[in-house]
Design a protein around this ligand. Sequence first.
Ligand code: R5P
Length: 308
Amino acid sequence: MKIFSGSSNKPLAKKIGKAFGQKLSPLEIYIFSDGERRVRVEEHIVGAEAVIVQSTSTPVDQNYMELFFIADAVQRSGAKSTTAVVPYLGYQRQDHIFRDGEAVSLEVVVKTLEAVGINWLIAFDLHSIKIPEVFKIPVSHLSALPLFADEIERRGWHTKDTVLVSPDMGGIRRIRILSELLGGMPYASIEKQRDLSTGKVEALGIEGSVARRAIMVDDMISSGSTMVKAAEFLREKGVEELHVFATHPVFSAEAPKLLQESLIKDVYVTDTVYIPLDKYFPKLTVLSVAGTIARAIENKRPQKINFK
Ligand code: R5P
């Protein structure tokens, strides 16, 4: 097996390599002055299984193009199979038509990933459980929830005065799975409304009861508004202690500042998306998904999580 990394998340790729006791295979990614990229495999890989690690986070389009070129390069170099480890799959939220006239961007991306010859995709905490069905190739849909459950237990937060909260109704399945992993912890879900043209978020109500401590769980934090609004809403409902767990630290716009200055006590994310130093903030803790990915590659099957 040969492990290649695109430019988006080399630290994670190196950790995955380390789990297999191997270094990343050399890859030249040359950037021309106009921004175009030239990708070249610098090793003999005929007959090898190629694994490409590339998160398609910001800059999304650039990271996708790089992934497409690496996939093409490894096949032209004789790889017998091409696995793409895309811990964060860009455009996953654009998986259907919300308003007339829109593109289904995810479908375009999926077709391209398949067209460049990728034959197995490994991704993390996809926005919807239906996304793997859009692909014709096998998709291992892994989850950070077991990592979150371990951390919650380690912190001693799986107690009676704690409730798991999804900041929107779409996350109810996620919160149920986490509750099961934690022996049936109580959970609740906030009714969120987002204005599709301004992006403004509002918390309208809650299904379920709150407790003294709330642990909010989501697939990703982008602008941070969902979490911050949910925290304000929960505080109004009497929650005293607020913690956040989210798989993908997309951290667009002012998210780090917003979260640091919010009512939230601490924020746990994973390394599915590389966080540059200037986006770190004191309340942040990063858990690694490298072990989970390495195990999935080794076992050639997804971890045992019932996503249905
Ligand atoms: C939306 O449905 C997702 O699960 C997240 O809640 C959302 O993408 C977070 O975005 P933001 O941080 O910009 O509110």
